[in-house]
Design a protein around this ligand. Structure first.
Ligand code: KG4
Ligand code: ZN
Length: 367
């Protein structure tokens, strides 16, 4: 099939890599070389309520919930797009990286649909999909279209609950990893700090909200320099928050903080300053090392963070770089980004299907 014929083809996307069961439909617009598409529907069923009492995602509970929800969520995405299953031209699924039991639910559903419809199947990388979300922009109809096509060499920053990494992204949207966290992901650090403060799981959004009325210099939490020039580390920062809140173990004057509302807000703001500063500094080093990259793609749940958005935008403007943040609806795990990447990759390979023997992988194939 030629790229021209590929205009207006519909791709169904499925996402089940962690604790969101999601499905979406996008329509290809054949923007030359850029893989433009419009999101027609994006349905997300979060499992946060199921994992809240454990303050973390329990893999077995997650895969069981995906199995129960995947069929109704796909049906809802098809209905909301105003199309019928028979109109779907290809099925894309996030098949790596993630929780293996969760991924397998989405992969099995995608295979069954592709086989029964007789349409191409494509497995895509969840981390790469987070970066394509930075290419989606809100249109007046509240649907989304890709912008800035064709693609250009870029830096890529993924900040989420499971991943924190910097990439070089080439003109064909292939990633090579520059560095990443050597311990916790940044979203995981937000969630753990929230737990230390007694806030509900997942705590990232609440830490963000409370930080808005806190003093970000009340606690002098460290900005990590551990690892290589493009690496991140958040476990030392997390421990500093723990000791500030509970007192340093064994210290003679160790005494826990009184967690009144202002103190909690101040801890949130001070932690957030240190975490966000670490991200901006490493990104700045990557931009120094790769001056040919005039664009920075970003994605992942923590790109919803208000301070990160403000600080990244200011940094991009200061350096004269085209910094692309995903619209708020597409920061966290969603299937629109999976369908958009599936559409882009299918166009690039002339709509050739992956084999039905395709499997899932807990790790990314990106080097
Ligand atoms: O991308 P995502 O949905 O899942 C992964 O691929 O990991 O990211 C989820 C993470 C969670 O750790 C959540 O607390 C964090 O993103 N998060 C935030 C905010 N919204 C979500 N962290 C900080 N500020 C936010 N506003
Ligand atoms: Zn994700």
């Amino acid at each position: 099939m030629s790229a021209r014929e590929a205009d207006n083809l519909l791709v169904l996307g499925i996402e089940t890599s962690c604790d969101e069961t999601a499905a979406a439909v996008v329509r290809g617009e054949g923007v030359g070389g850029g893989g433009g598409c419009t999101v027609l529907s994006s349905i997300i069923a979060s499992q946060h309520d199921l994992h809240a009492e454990y303050r973390g995602v329990v893999p077995e509970i997650a895969s069981r919930a995906h199995a129960e929800r995947i069929t109704p969520i796909v049906s809802e995405a098809i209905r909301a797009a105003g199309v019928s299953l028979r109109d779907i031209d290809a099925v894309a699924v996030g098949n790596r990286p993630g929780l293996i039991g969760s991924l397998l639910v989405g992969v099995s559903a995608a295979k069954a649909l592709a086989w029964s419809l007789g349409k191409p199947l494509i497995g895509v990388d969840h981390v790469q999909a987070h970066l394509i979300a930075g290419l989606l922009s809100a249109s007046p109809s509240a649907r989304l279209t890709t912008r800035h096509a064709p693609l250009a060499a870029s830096l890529g920053l993924v900040v989420s609950g499971g991943h924190t990494a910097l990439y070089l992204v080439d003109e064909r949207f292939r990633l090579s990893r520059l560095g990443g966290t050597i311990d916790d992901a940044i979203g995981e650090a937000f969630d753990k700090v929230a737990t230390i403060l007694g806030l509900p799981f997942p705590g990232g959004p609440m830490v963000d909200r409370l930080a808005q009325r806190g003093h970000d210099r009340r606690f002098d939490f460290p900005v990590s320099r551990a690892g290589g020039p493009f690496d991140f580390s958040f476990s030392g920062l997390k421990t500093s928050v723990l000791y500030a809140v509970r007192g340093v173990p064994g210290a003679r004057d160790a005494k826990p903080l009184t967690l009144d509302d202002q103190t909690v807000a101040d801890v949130c703001a001070s932690f957030q300053r240190a975490a966000v500063t670490a991200i901006v500094r490493r990104l700045d080093a990557a931009a120094d090392a790769h001056p040919h990259c005039r664009r920075v793609l970003t994605g992942g749940g923590v790109t919803a963070n208000s301070r990160l958005r403000t600080d990244l935008a200011a940094w991009g403007a200061r350096r004269g770089l085209d910094l692309l943040l995903p619209p708020m609806d597409y920061c966290l795990d969603n299937a629109a980004m999976i369908a958009a990447l599936g559409h882009f990759e299918l166009e690039a390979r002339n709509w050739t299907s992956d084999p039905l023997t395709m499997s899932a992988s807990p790790s990314s194939h990106a080097p």
